[in-house]
Design a protein around this ligand. Structure first.
Ligand code: ADP
Ligand code: MG
Length: 242
């Protein structure tokens, strides 16, 4: 197969996320389902790309491949200049921990931990000292507007607040790439808007490259560009924002 090689694509500090000719097939009985079909996509530092498209068009598959959670059938995922497909599983896990923040629709917080502990534990798992983790966790909670909720557990927080904890937690590892799947699916309109605004804000503030999958097109004007998926293929990306 004509797989592109690393050397063909220069590492670009300004493009923390590059997907090149990405194809992903899932086994399906005797045959396969092509969830991604030769996708090419780059997202720059400080940019939010909205990814829209019908259900089953491959949006979550694109995020899973970009997150290095699934190896593509063909093509390259390049994170901050490192080609993921060149790495073994252990190296890929390290790359994911150090460079990628993942935010799914359901915040998936641990019921027994306070907001600040949710953030600290993610740094602790990276082998960072607890004291430094706590300082950074409190800073991030302030950035997402939860400075007064650091000691609250998930059941004491609203859905929007839980999603803010989720966003702060994804930023703990100082990622270069943020991958966000339907962050507002469980929220009302006002809260959805404030979550998209927050994602745009932290994307700029921390110079990450963000892909946000979203089903509602109402708030995509708050992001920098929009791409549409259909049957695993990406339509032309158009600039809608600044
Ligand atoms: P979207 O997020 O846009 O709804 P998905 O990426 O979830 O789309 O799915 C794209 C296609 O891949 C669909 O046809 C879906 O049924 C299929 N698919 C998704 N995940 C799997 C899987 N783990 N195994 C087999 N097929 C899958
Ligand atoms: Mg999906």
């Amino acid at each position: 197969m004509n797989t592109p090689t690393t050397t063909q694509y220069a590492a670009s500090a300004a493009m923390p996320l590059q997907l090149i000719d990405l194809t992903l097939e899932y086994p399906d009985g005797e045959g396969t389902i092509k969830a991604l079909d030769s996708v090419n996509l780059s997202v720059g530092a400080g940019q939010v790309l909205s990814l829209i498209g019908p259900s089953g068009s491959g949006k979550s598959s694109l995020l899973a491949a970009a997150a290095t959670l699934i190896r593509p059938t063909h093509g390259l995922v390049i994170i901050d200049g490192t080609t993921a497909s060149d790495l073994n599983d252990a190296q890929m896990t390290t790359l994911r921990r150090e460079k990628i923040g993942i935010i799914f629709q359901q915040p998936n917080l641990l019921a027994s931990l306070t907001a600040v502990e949710q953030l600290m534990i993610s740094d602790h798992l990276r082998g960072k000292p607890l004291k430094a983790a706590k300082v950074r966790a409190l800073e991030l909670l302030e950035i997402v507007g939860l400075q007064d909720s650091a000691k609250k557990r998930p059941h004491q927080l609203s859905g929007g607040q839980r999603q803010r904890v989720n966003i702060a937690r994804a930023l703990m590892g100082q990622p270069k790439v943020l991958l966000v799947d339907e962050p507002t699916a469980a929220l009302d309109n006002a809260r959805s808007e404030s979550i998209v605004k927050l994602l745009a804000q932290v994307t700029k503030e921390f110079s990450v490259a963000t892909v946000m999958v979203t089903h509602d097109t109402e708030f995509i004007s708050l992001t920098d560009s929009v791409a549409t998926m259909r049957d695993g293929a990406l339509g032309a990306s158009e600039l809608v924002g600044v």
